[in-house]
Design a protein around this ligand. Structure first.
Ligand code: ZN
Length: 456
């Protein structure tokens, strides 16, 4: 692969040494960033590199998403028969647990392709997925991994083990996680070592996991050297279930069962109390905030700032919403202000840190067991992953590294993403997807989703 020099842009590096470089350039060698600086100097120094003109736009790190569900793709525009669900348990029973039972392996693959194309289009370069499909469990993670490989994205995959569909399905879920993790150290070793694919051990949520299954999974995850990816206290019903059946709150129950830890993701944490926050902090467990989903399901406001103050690493996910992470950032910025009646809460720089620094910490923890030299993501720096985006954003007011979060929240959006690169390879140039055929994917998805809707 020839070196690529992307110049004539304003570089926003993010990372701990966040800088804004006007008339800058980024040199990409192989899958990593080799130099960052003034475009004039780098053009002279690397005259052999293939030059790409960013047309005065922004060059910044790719967006990251640490909790999503590719399998939810066919729910877009789908009507749920009967009265609208009144609460979160009804939403699960009447929407998600009906849809996931109908998914075939082909539905799973096409659903993943929809999300991956959407991610590339909106500049999202690494995704952490959580899959369910109780009647097509075996091989499902391979099918998704195939789509990820085709797309050229980085992704961490997991199958959510649950008791809700009976013992045969929970056994299949355990088998699928453990088989896929083994494959990442055998036949998929090259892809995993390159930092393109990783796995965590998926678990649905405390209220659908019996003590026996939780124990099995804890042992399986520990043997495999991976963390867990589980929904935690998304709705108050999860806490009520755990307290009633086990006499413990959700995070306490998970800690007692060895599910928490620095490679584990506790998605949502809307209803955790201060004791649970201490458990999460002590075990260095990551939390992931999903504001659009929380608002849509009316489950409540996650105590994000309290968790951050307690020392918990809180990232940002989309829980199956569009892969436009700028929309998720805007939602995070607005939700807490309205809910608390205080315009000072959830400042823009905290939102930016969740989306980049905190998400990068999660991704690093998850990918490093599979990739001995996993590069930094979520920042542009020498040696970091060449995972970057070029945006056609011409700021109408002064832009600095300090006010960048507020430009992003108030002025930038997915439509500004012009080009997306992952591991030194362009996945989109001038808004043309280069690895996936979006029209073909959407056409097939319309056929498959129509058939699936008819079965509901
Ligand atoms: Zn979720």
């Amino acid at each position: 692969m020839p070196d690529i020099l992307i110049g004539n842009g304003t570089i926003v590096t993010l990372g701990s040494d966040n800088q804004l470089i006007e008339q800058g350039a980024v040199l990409v060698q192989g899958s990593r960033i080799a130099a960052i600086g003034s475009a004039a100097a780098l053009r002279q120094q690397y005259s052999d590199a293939q030059y790409v003109d960013a047309s005065g736009g922004l060059i910044m790190p790719g967006f990251l998403c640490t909790h999503t569900h590719f399998y939810s793709a066919f729910a877009r525009g789908m009507a749920i028969p009967g009265e609208p669900p009144r609460n979160f348990p009804e939403i699960l029973e009447r929407l998600w647990w009906r849809l996931d039972k109908l998914l075939t392996l082909e539905d799973t693959r096409v659903s993943a392709e929809i999300f991956l194309a959407d991610a590339i289009r909106h500049g999202t370069t690494c995704v952490v997925d959580h899959h369910a499909g109780p009647n097509a469990v075996d091989g499902s993670l391979d099918v998704i991994a195939g789509a990820v490989e085709q797309a050229g994205m980085r992704a961490c995959l997991a199958y959510e083990v649950s008791d809700r569909d009976g013992p045969a399905v929970s056994e299949a879920g355990i088998r699928e996680n453990e088989r896929f993790i083994r494959a990442l150290r055998a036949e998929r070793r090259q892809q995993a070592e390159a930092g393109m694919i990783a796995a965590s051990y998926g678990l649905h949520a405390s209220f659908t996991l019996s003590p026996a299954i939780l124990e099995r999974c804890a042992a399986g995850g520990a043997d495999a050297g991976v963390g867990f990816h589980i929904h935690v206290a998304e709705d108050i019903s999860d806490e009520n279930d755990s307290v009633t059946r086990y006499g413990m709150r959700v995070a306490d129950r998970l800690e007692a069962n060895h599910i928490l830890g620095p490679r584990s993701i506790a998605a949502h944490c809307v209803h955790v109390n201060s004791g649970e926050m201490s458990r999460l902090a002590e075990t260095h467990t990551n939390s992931v905030h999903n504001p659009r989903s929380n608002m849509n399901n009316a489950v409540g406001r996650a105590p994000v700032e309290e968790m951050v103050q307690a020392g918990i690493n809180v990232g940002l996910g989309n829980d199956g919403f569009s892969m436009n992470m700028m929309q998720e950032m805007k939602a995070a910025y607005l939700l807490h202000k309205l809910a608390l009646g205080d315009p000072r809460v959830m400042p823009g720089d905290l939102v930016l840190n969740m989306a980049f620094q905190h998400n990068a910490r999660i991704i690093n923890a998850i990918f490093s067991p599979f990739s001995s030299d996993f590069p930094p993501v979520g920042q542009l720096s020498v040696g970091a992953a060449a995972d970057l985006v070029v945006l056609d954003y011409l700021p109408p007011t002064p832009l600095s590294s300090g006010n960048f979060p507020w430009h992003l929240i108030f002025g930038m959006d997915g439509q500004h993403v012009n080009s997306t690169m992952v591991a030194g390879r362009w996945l989109m140039r001038d808004r043309q997807l280069l690895t996936l055929d979006e029209a073909r994917i959407h056409a097939r998805a319309r056929e498959l989703s129509r058939a699936l809707w008819q079965k509901l």
